[in-house]
Design a protein around this ligand. Structure first.
Ligand code: PEP
Length: 258
């Protein structure tokens, strides 16, 4: 199964800086069969980077989209407008849920807008520290998956990626133990199985995100059921990001060689 290494640049780098950084990545990031490398710059940089990058080396993702295809929605960017510029779009990132109050309904509409417009949604789910402390992780993940994928057809589920991102791990320098990641990924896959059947439960890529760096990437990529990484801070350090692409390729090779 393919591995995904996705870098979320968040609200960092202006268009010029993004272009310079993409030049660095072009030098460092290896092209590996079976590893899909994706960078998610600010929306402003998507257009210039789409002309700059080698699409065999890296793909582009947007960090957000609006769910209507056009109209009087000042300041928003429609999934329809991302078409041709990005192949992926993050949906329901914890910063969107918690800082911008995105709710499950809006997130569901965004997943559908992405699919309707030929983009692969990366649906981000994850529990807060309080929810984890109260033993609510399974419940929270189950709800977010059900709600986010509610109107996704069984013919569309293959075009969806899930990112398990515990809210407390994002940008904090703290990560769950690999066995805790395995457990959460299993819950996510089991919910997908209930909704879309056993094949989907195993084939939908489930990534992990939250304080991933070059030092912990390997143990996380080796966790059972983990199909890749969604990386924030460390994706802005070219050798770290490139190193993680290489690790994903090595882990994939070992899995194939059995
Ligand atoms: C993220 O932005 O999705 C993320 C996981 O950030 P960080 O790697 O910095 O924790």
């Amino acid at each position: 199964m393919k591995k995904f290494i996705i870098g979320n640049w968040k609200m960092n780098l202006n268009v010029h800086e993004a272009s310079l950084f993409a030049t660095k990545l072009a030098q460092d990031v290896p092209i590996k069969r079976g590893v899909e490398t994706v960078i998610c710059p600010s929306s402003l940089a998507l257009s210039p980077l789409s002309l700059q990058i080698n699409h065999r080396q890296m793909k582009l993702g947007a960090q957000n989209c609006y769910w209507r295809d056009e109209g009087a929605f000042t300041g928003e960017i429609a999934a329809a407008q991302l078409r041709g510029l990005a192949q992926y779009v993050l949906v329901g990132h914890s910063e969107r849920r918690h800082i911008f109050d995105e709710d499950d309904r809006e997130i569901r509409f965004k997943v559908q807008a992405a699919l309707r417009n030929g983009l692969t949604p990366v649906l981000c789910v994850g529990e807060t520290e309080t929810e984890r402390g109260e033993g609510d992780t399974a419940h929270v993940l189950g709800d977010q998956i059900v709600s986010g994928l509610l109107n996704v057809g069984s013919d569309q589920i293959d075009d969806v990626l899930i990112a398990y991102e515990p809210v407390w791990a994002i940008g904090s320098g703290r990560t769950p133990e690999p066995n805790e990641i395995e457990e959460a990924v299993k819950m996510i896959r089991s919910q997908i199985g209930h909704m879309f059947g056993r094949n989907a439960a195993t084939s939908v890529p489930v990534l992990y995100g939250g304080s991933v760096n070059l030092a912990n990437a390997e143990s996380i990529l080796r966790a059972k059921g983990v199909s890749g990484l969604l990386i924030g801070g460390a994706s802005l350090i070219a050798p770290e990001f490139a190193g993680m692409v290489q690790i994903a390729a090595d882990v994939l090779k070992e899995e194939k060689d059995g």
